[in-house]
Design a protein around this ligand. Sequence first.
Ligand code: MTE
Ligand code: HPA
Ligand code: MOS
Length: 791
Amino acid sequence: MSAVGSNIPHDSAVTHVTGQSTFIDDIVPARNELYVDFVGSHVAHGKVTSIDLSEAHRIAGVVRLFTADDVPGHNEFGPIIKDELLLVPVGGTVTYVGAPVVLIAADSRAALRAARKAVKVSIEPLAPIFSIDDAISAGSFIGPERRIERGEVEGAIRSAPHVIEGTLEMGGQEHFYLESQAARAEPGEGGSIVVQSSTQHPSEVQSIVAEVCGVGFNRVIVQCKRMGGAFGGKETQAAQPAAMAAMVATLLKRPARVVYGKDDDMRFTGKRHPFKIIYRAAFDNTGLLLAYDARLFSNGGCTCDLSPSVLERALLHSDNAYFIPHFRVVGRVCKTNLPSNTAFRGFGGPQGIAGVENVMEEIAQTLKIDATDVRHRNLYRDGRGQTTPYGQIVGNNVLPRLMDELRDSSEYNHRRREIDRFNATSRTHVRGLSMSLVKFGISFTKRTLNQANALVNIYTDGTVMVSTGGTEMGQGLHTRVRQIVADDLGIDYEQVVVGTTSTEKNNNTSPTAASSGTDLNGAAAAEACRALRERLTQFVAPLLAKADDGLTTSPEHIQFENNEVFDTRHPQRRMTWKDLICRAYIERVNLGERGFYITPGVDFNRETGRGHPFLYFTNGAAVTEVLIDRFTGEMRVTRVDLLMDAGVPINPGIDRGQIVGGFIQGMGWCTIEELKYSDKGHLLSYSPTTYKVPAMCDVPEVFNVRLMHNPDNAISIKRSKALGEPPLVLGLSAWTAVKNALSYRSGEQVARLKLPATGEEILMTLTSYDAPVKPGRATPMLRAVSSAGQS
Ligand code: MTE
Ligand code: HPA
Ligand code: MOS
């Protein structure tokens, strides 16, 4: 039976459930291991004037304290530009609350905690910037303005029958992975060092550790067995704890570990980028979008990190599923005094898509027609337009099919009529219904990153180990890679294991990100298997020929299947895989191979804003219904119907898990999760008590998830489609459903709504639709409650 296509349990299913899976902080400490933590800035912006370590030095168990002067190599690092400091020196500028200034190495966690309180860092405050608006006023930006443009936006807007304009504000999102940022370093001989890191990007951790420690990349081995979740948060920001642990291990010649506490992790690491989109949209009487003109501002935080790439993906997704003839999106990253914002599942895509999905709802409200009809009119479609504003043709376009199938299966039309009736009569509640779509581009927009290598070793008992640069964060990469290798060598899934990801085995690897982990690493592993099969075929053909007299066996007829190798024309000529490997070893056949893969054809010119950035698109649609209590603003998602184009899934069960998890995480961003800061830039919502992520009780009461069968995508590994990030975008349908619900109460005005649509935001919006409050009268909310009492 082939492994690919079957519902094999996740590689770590049993060990996760039984608690045997190890994460960084589960590694049994070495006898002389040090606990390491940092003391960061208590102000968001300021100049470090002095550091006083005298009191901390006196604490028993404190082994050493380090400042910027102790960094053996470079103190500067960063994924795009090296604008980050491992430790801010005296005289240097701190640019966010938590910016590390002092490193503490101690024999116990208790000593670490005591020392953290005893270190005195004096900082002369400077004026901070926190919001996008303040950054725009101050001209505080990172990188140049970016733009993607097609057609004649101004002309189209001038001559259009309808124009709407507005501003959409979106909040950030905490990654809330269960395993905090963590790393452990062990020093070796001659300046070498082994780092175990909870990272999506072992090669980047390797290079940063090497530069901080002042050694060649070849002296540093970075390993990642797995992460307890990452969601983009460990693409770049796993490097800081790894560099801290490595620096201490190198200087003190002792193993060292850094594990951020949950609160610290939430307070001091970057998040999803908040965005502000200022837009104009022109359309005709039928809802056809003629022009979209948007300015996107993201809150990048204090350093560059990946912000320009996140902005780029937001711009590239601002069309979403819709052909827009006249199109102009212009983007800027704002520099503020918050922790540097970073990759988060969707990588700017959700923010760009929110912009145009918001417009779809507003067109419908303006024309008093159904938003699903508006979306349908504007779809990329044969005869209407299949070319994106950046010039890539939308291939294998299943969007119309997805929409039609989901509209039927979700009983959209029937439910719309029912909701119209309900909302006309209910005095207590309002319901909303909305379909939103996703067209998500698969590939790194940076061409170089679209490469992978894989090592496949066959041992003399016939078992196989495959190692790639891909990292496991729960998404099922290792399971899929095992399935691919098992099938390609014609052996059982159980005969294959995936080795710990390590820079020693796989060099110069890309982050496991952009949803392309399986596409890239699976293809590299498949390439290694192809080469092994070819070599083994050459070896076995003459052996099989000898099994029968007279007839020949030529390599093109040899097949590997069911733990055997055989001649397809003379199936009696066969040998077990075990035998084959045993004999191949004796005859000195090379039983290891390294595969290499590059994504064909991808290219994008960021100066012109044109090109072919994506290998293909993953599409999906969701219809979401919400029920809102008009007196409290409390919202419940009552039903979701979701249809996803996953190509031909390698593991339908794992894909389903990704879809469900992604949707709920997106819904959390749109409707529940809210980051609150003090006016000094301290995060107030820094623990689960004040920052609410979706829980079991928030899962839709009815949640129908289907995978659409689409075998026409021949371009990616085993005809599968990447879907780590795309389903998150469909969480937006909960937000558009709220917007739809509010439109039943907003009278003649278009219902405007911030993202996230928290209960508070919904209540305030509903309240604003009521008659203005006269002095001395009850507030609208109180009036609503008392009228409810009468009904
Ligand atoms: N699923 C789990 N369980 N945990 C994670 O951290 N990260 C997401 C997604 N799904 C994540 C996840 C993100 S941000 C990406 S880019 C992809 O997985 C990365 O893995 P893939 O490329 O192998 O799909
Ligand atoms: N997606 C996710 N992560 C990335 C990308 C991207 O396009 N580019 C660089 N890191
Ligand atoms: Mo995912 S945001 O590309 O790590």
